[in-house]
Design a binder for this molecule. Structure first.
Ligand SMILES: [Zn+2]
Length: 144
């Protein structure tokens, strides 16, 4: 286990188990526009999020859950979750949610239920709540 402190949170991560799982995991495959737009944003997340995901070996396309919470114009508030092998330790800063990009842990079961079958235990969920632009060359999903 490696202790990682990031954005006010501490976690003990099994890097090898996490990387091994992402190396063979399936892509998130929801065909809706919101999800295709999230996948198209690979490599464009804020640097501090990108760096963490690279360190953990998390592949952007291999989310355990993606949804759009709402949007303002062409900016969408996404919720995207990724499984991490290890244990969430604490909210170091004691502030809970911070900024627009958030780690929310909980040593939880993967969501939706049944996803991540065989994921190494213990595990927790890296849940990002993050505003990102619509970049697909088509109207925003759900609008005419
Ligand atoms: Zn979708």
């Amino acid at each position: 286990m490696e202790r990682i402190v990031w954005n006010g949170f501490a976690m003990d991560v099994d890097l090898e188990a996490t990387r091994d799982w992402y190396a063979q995991a399936e892509d998130w495959d929801c065909p809706c526009g919101h999800c295709r737009n999230w996948l198209a944003l690979e490599g464009q997340l804020p640097a501090f999020v990108q760096k963490l995901m690279e360190r953990l070996g998390i592949a952007h396309r291999k989310a355990s859950h993606v949804c759009e919470l709402y949007h303002r114009g062409r900016q969408l508030l996404y919720e995207a979750s990724y499984l991490v092998a290890g244990t969430f330790v604490s909210d170091v800063a004691g502030v809970g949610r911070r900024n627009d990009a958030v780690l929310e842990e909980r040593n939880a079961r993967p969501y939706p239920t049944g996803f991540g079958e065989g994921f190494p235990a213990p595990c927790f969920v890296l849940r990002l709540e993050i505003w990102m632009p619509w970049i697909l060359p088509e109207p925003i999903d759900g609008t005419a």
